[in-house]
Design a binder for this molecule. Structure first.
Ligand code: NDP
Length: 341
């Protein structure tokens, strides 16, 4: 189902108190959008918007934007709705210790990512839980709202304690501009599966394809300069993906030469995808739905007094930088002066 602005009303939010927990990428844009929506609909009485953040630069920004800023615990005591918009890896500890225990029965917790809901990392007894998940970075959530164009969004109700969760979720989605382009009904489970699958199956396959293409062609005499330009520096792949969105994934092939169209279609249709299918099935069923990846991620993050992921990522970046592609690109960027500040 796709929800449009006509499916929702702002009135369920009147006289409510809405807490934005965190004031980062998503939170700032969503809070500003919500405030502006009510400013341009003066016939509906506006909700009280509160921001909760630690005392640092985000806190200062929220005050400069004209919002009242409070602590997570104090904000939760007042809130009818909490947007939980802090990084997914910190949300459970913050929610379970400071927000959840202070929420009133029947309050609504809104997440922008299914991860912590699907893996049951939030202790959400006696409250409504829903998702309003923009498929867009925070800056885009704001700029598209201001342009009036909207942004793609997923919405779902995950726990309907009050019996009114859907009405509230659609009202909030309308308020932040998430229905303008049509919001797709998508569960936290499906959002998590698709999001992690793209990150752990689709993009790694593309990284490996580019890395191996680079090595194969380098061995056949192609220069680093030519390879880097041919494969990505020209931004041709970015343009192709843009056309995929505009014209269609296959239909955009019409912009390519006949040699290219024939090469792409005949090769992809003839390719043996058995190994890829096995890899995809394993990632989806065991790593993601089976919880293997999340357990591994959480365990690494806890290591070394909580900075395990930082060290692990350092090691992974170091390993990735030894490939022929990475070494070749570094040389080209230096020679072309691309990284000068
Ligand atoms: P950010 O990284 O921008 O969040 C930063 C905010 O979280 C700041 O207010 C920061 O405050 C606060 N914060 C960070 N660590 C802590 C902590 N330990 N305790 C308390 N507050 C903390 O998050 P995003 O906006 O990127 O993500 C928020 C949600 O939106 C996530 O669920 C994410 O998956 C989802 N989402 C994000 C998208 C994106 O493009 N970024 C797209 C769609 C969904 P402080 O000043 O104290 O550091």
């Amino acid at each position: 189902k796709i929800y449009r602005p006509n499916d929702a009303s702002l009135s369920p939010l009147s006289s409510k108190t809405i807490l934005f927990a965190g004031y980062g990428n998503q939170s700032r844009s969503q809070a500003l959008n919500l405030r502006d929506t009510f400013a341009s609909n003066p016939d509906v009485s506006a909700p009280k918007i509160l921001i909760a953040n630690r005392t640092d630069s985000y806190h200062e920004t929220a005050i400069a934007d004209g919002f009242s800023v409070t602590s997570f615990a104090e904000g939760a005591k007042e809130a009818d709705v909490v947007f939980l918009l802090v990084p997914d890896q910190v949300a459970p500890a913050l929610y379970n210790s400071e927000i959840g225990p202070n929420l009133r029965t029947g309050a609504l917790v809104v997440v922008a990512s299914g991860f912590n809901v699907f893996y049951k990392r939030l202790e959400v007894e006696g409250v409504d839980v829903g998702m309003v998940a923009p498929r867009m970075i925070g800056a885009g959530v704001r700029s598209r709202f201001l342009e009036g164009g909207g942004f793609p969004c997923f919405v779902s109700v995950e726990n309907n304690f009050s019996g009114r969760a859907l009405e509230m979720i659609l009202s909030l989605a309308l308020g932040i501009g998430g229905l303008t382009a049509g919001a797709v009904e998508c569960s936290a489970r499906d959002e998590t599966l698709m999001d992690l699958f793209a990150e752990q199956a689709v993009w790694p396959s593309i990284i490996v394809a580019f890395r191996e293409a680079y090595s194969t062609l380098k061995k056949l005499g192609c220069s680093d300069e030519a390879l880097v330009h041919e494969l990505w520096l020209s931004k041709e792949p970015a343009e192709v993906f843009e056309k995929c969105a505009e014209d269609g994934f296959i239909a955009q092939l019409k912009y390519h030469s006949t040699v290219s169209q024939y090469g792409q279609l005949s090769t992809s249709l003839g390719m043996d995808a058995t190994k890829l299918q096995e890899f995809f099935k394993n990632v989806a069923e065991k790593r993601i739905l089976g919880g293997e990846f999340t357990k591994e991620f959480i365990d690494i993050d806890k290591e070394g007094g909580g900075n395990g992921m930082e060290r692990k990522l350092g090691g992974l970046y170091a390993a990735a930088s030894t490939s022929e592609l990475a070494v070749g690109e570094k040389k080209v960027r230096e020679r072309m002066g691309l990284d000068k500040v």
